[in-house]
Design a protein around this ligand. Structure first.
Ligand SMILES: *Cc1c(COP(=O)(O)O)cnc(C)c1O
Length: 357
């Protein structure tokens, strides 16, 4: 070790899903939306005034926060926007989890939570999911410095009802509870109505999944004005200009088109429900998913081998080799009907071969 290395902040970074360079593959590994962004996004992109790029953007991204506030029926100072929900969640961790007591989150969940906790030196304690992969409210009763969990959870896709979410929120009025709703638009009830009741609640959402804008990087928090102000103070102490001019303009177009959004998510939900039947037919086992992915396992075919065979065939899905409990599972994003048909065609062929030979 070099002398200076002992003064370096050492962290274990998050490992994102693979973004292969080759085209013509079927990409079901990072929960992207298979449909293009709202038509207005392309129109606005064509009209982009390059001269605007010479100037600094609006540091408050007010056009975007106002459009989001309007969509969700909240005040614009209840909205905090950032570079994907990864950015807003990181800022929320930094601002809200400033306690000596450990924050709590599930053992199997979005694998960025422990990374941010590590980066910001936030003590944490993971709470194991039960044998059915469910988050148990009782596990979160203990004293803590905050709570964060996704609803629906990732990578399981399991949704908690609004009552169950509220059960966890009301356990600890003295710390911030973050509900990460990255997948809520695919069939769940958002905790949004609870904001009026609980000022220690923070909701995180993203344009990456239900609004087909993963490449644009837009995420946002909804919370009470005071809490959002604290988060803004931290943001302005770090980087005032997180949202660039183009992102602001295109983000506004994406959120304004409610009809396109509704149609898109309805199609994905329909494809998912049909796909569940196909997976069952092939002998896969999985908990009921309310997200744009399913988390499947098969009693006869090891996940790792299927993952490799699928990849070989140009079909990318996600396999988590880390935690033992989920190493025999695959997380498969819901693509278009055609992409899913290609997936099932491959799986049928794969399973018809005798692999014991
Ligand atoms: C995808 C995802 C995010 C982050 O999405 P961004 O692209 O950064 O907006 C956050 N939480 C969960 C649970 C996710 O799956």
């Amino acid at each position: 070790m070099k002398a200076w290395e002992k003064n370096i902040r050492k962290v274990t970074p998050y490992v994102p899903g693979e973004q292969p360079k080759n085209t013509g593959i079927i990409k079901l590994n990072t929960n992207e939306n298979p449909y293009p962004p709202a038509p207005g996004v392309l129109e606005a992109l064509k009209k982009t005034d390059v001269d605007l790029l010479r100037r600094y953007p609006d540091p408050t991204a007010s056009a975007l926060t106002e459009a989001i506030a309007e969509f969700y029926g909240v005040e614009s100072d209840q909205v905090f926007v950032g570079v994907g929900s990864d950015d807003v969640l990181a800022m929320a961790f930094l601002t809200c989890f400033h306690s000596d007591k450990p924050i709590l989150f599930p053992d199997i969940t979005y694998s960025f939570y422990d990374v941010w906790a590590g980066l910001f030196r936030i003590p944490y304690e993971v709470q194991p999911l039960d044998e059915k992969f469910c988050i148990c409210a009782e596990d979160y009763q203990k004293e803590c410095g905050g709570i964060v969990f996704p609803n629906p959870n990732a990578p399981t896709g399991i949704l908690k009802s609004l009552d169950e979410v509220e059960e966890i929120i009301c356990l600890h009025p003295d710390v911030i509870v973050i509900v990460d709703e990255a997948y809520i638009d695919f069939g769940g009830a958002s905790a949004l109505p609870l904001l009026k009741k609980y000022d220690h609640l923070l909701i995180a959402q993203t344009f990456s999944k239900s609004r087909s804008m993963a490449g644009m990087r837009i995420g946002f928090l909804l919370g009470n004005q005071e809490l959002i102000r604290y988060i803004n103070d931290c943001k302005y102490s770090f980087n005032s200009y997180t949202m660039n001019q183009t992102v602001i303009t295109l983000g506004v177009e994406a959120i304004r088109d409610r009809a396109y959004f509704e149609q898109c998510r309805r199609t994905i939900i329909e494809t998912r429900e049909w796909a569940k039947g196909e997976f069952h037919g092939l002998g896969f086992e999985f908990a009921d998913s309310a997200a744009n992915f399913v988390f499947v396992t098969h009693p006869d075919y090891p996940a790792k081998e299927m993952f490799e065979a699928l990849k070989e065939a140009g079909i990318y899905v996600r396999h988590f080799s880390g935690p033992k409990r989920i190493s025999n599972y695959l997380r498969i994003t819901i693509g278009t009907r055609e992409e899913m048909e290609a997936l099932f065609a491959f799986l049928k062929q794969y399973m018809s071969k005798d692999w014991s030979m």
